[in-house]
Design a protein around this ligand. Structure first.
Ligand code: PLP
Length: 424
């Protein structure tokens, strides 16, 4: 498609956009009295207008029914989380039984590693990407130490080639084969938080399984953003947070995927609690643990309903729209943003380098040559919410649910004005 860097053209794209009305379904912060251009849906998605009602409903049930709300509210609390499994299964490409909602992301990865990182003297190594999200680094180091191994020996970091900003799949596969029968686990962020690179999840999963390792994915930046087929890819386990592309609110609940081959088992190592036991017999308060036949077996505590309610509100919006429509718009709006960046690049002395490879989702990470943090500050003051990553990178994620093509055009104009001011 031939794009143009003009307001009329951007407005024309908006007029053709089937999702344009969803912009009205979200609450935007304001700067100088004007709705912001929001590029940080990869960090915290905007609040859907309908979310408040979902929380209010729980508050009302709690006020009117108190403990009876567990079984007698309109959406009973004791199995409230079950409502999320079917819509989530579509988003991550899983069977409904393979998905559950519980805890928060890093907590879930720890719990899942109880089942899927069981090192032996021979097979104890973990492969992850270099400079993984800090929480994942702490997760892996502490798990390795907990099992009595030395992180320096046990954790093998995937390196990028000198001068390159992305990982090559062939290098990932070569490392997996090299570590071979010492490899216990591959655990990588499916979409890298810094560069926005989408890893070749099916190929890497296959290679990891072929050498006898477990393969898990941290999908914090992938869920609700890119096409996932966790079941068909034969992934062992995965977890994601819901507050980034899934708009469920700050620090909110996490989703997990556990491959069906591990479901319904009593002999799998797992940290257990009463909410993982069979619903039918849970309240008999028996001493034996009888697992739920689905991923709910990993549930430890009863459901934090006030946290899960906004997640349900968000998932109903994903149900209405569907991942395919979101991905279609995402591809186009990201391409338009890349075009706008190239246009502005040609009009100013500074240069931008998009360090995100073609295998990408919503995010473009842009290295600003000849510009510093003052440009970021200028953008924020002028109503463009982005984020800054050292040394010189801004991350731009135009979430297809609520960003418009006009936002991209206006962003270009503000960016140009900020640079001109710095260059003069
Ligand atoms: C956002 C993010 C997290 C956050 O973890 P929480 O436990 O929800 O605080 C973890 N890992 C990655 C890769 C992330 O992008």
């Amino acid at each position: 498609m031939n794009f143009e860097n003009s307001l009329e053209f951007a407005q024309q794209l908006d007029a053709q956009d089937k999702l344009r009305h969803y912009r009205e379904a979200f609450l935007f912060p304001k700067v100088n009295g004007e709705q912001v251009i929001y590029f940080t849906g990869n960090s915290l998605g905007l609040q859907p207008k309908r979310t408040k009602k979902y929380i209010d409903d729980v508050m009302t049930d709690w006020a009117e029914l108190a403990v009876e709300g567990h079984f007698h509210s309109e959406k009973p609390w004791w199995d409230y989380h079950e409502r999320l499994a079917a819509p989530l299964a579509k988003i991550v490409g899983a069977k409904v039984a393979e998905v559950s909602v519980m805890n928060t992301l890093t907590v879930n990865l720890h719990f899942l590693m109880v089942s899927f990182y069981r090192p032996t003297a021979k097979r104890f190594k973990i492969i992850c990407e270099e400079k993984a999200f800090p929480s994942d680094q702490y997760l892996l180091q502490s798990q390795v130490k907990f099992h009595g191994y030395d992180p320096k020996e046990a954790i093998v970091e995937l390196k990028k080639r000198p001068g390159e900003h992305y990982w090559r799949t062939e290098d990932v596969i070569a490392t997996i084969n090299e570590v071979g029968d010492e490899l216990a686990l591959v655990l990588i962020g499916g979409v890298n938080y810094y560069t926005g690179q989408v890893f070749d999840m099916p190929t890497i999963t296959k290679a990891g399984k072929a050498v006898g390792a477990y393969v898990g994915w941290d999908l914090a930046h992938a869920a609700g953003n890119v096409k996932l087929k966790l079941h068909d890819w034969n992934v062992d386990f995965a977890a994601w947070c819901s507050y980034k592309y899934m708009n469920s609110g700050p620090g909110n609940a996490s989703g997990v995927f556990v491959n069906e081959r591990y479901l319904g088992k009593s002999d799998i190592p797992r940290f257990e609690g009463w909410w993982g036991t069979k619903k039918e017999t849970r309240f008999l308060m028996k001493p034996e643990f009888e697992p739920m036949p689905n991923a709910d077996a990993w549930q430890v505590s009863n459901v934090p309903v006030l946290a899960v309610a906004p997640y349900l509100a968000s998932l109903e919006m994903f149900e209405e729209v569907g991942m395919d429509a979101l991905i279609e718009k995402r591809k186009k709006i990201v391409a338009y943003l890349a075009f706008i960046l190239a246009e502005i690049d040609s009009e100013v002395a500074s240069t931008f380098e998009i360090i995100t490879p073609e295998d990408r989702g919503c995010q473009l990470s842009v290295f600003l040559h000849g510009q510093g943090k003052s440009l970021f500050d200028y953008l924020m003051k002028n109503g463009v919410i982005t984020d800054w990553r050292e040394p010189n990178v801004i991350r731009l994620a135009p979430a297809p649910f609520y960003c418009s093509y006009e936002d991209m055009y206006r962003f270009g104009q503000i960016l140009k004005a900020g640079i001109m001011q710095n260059e003069n």
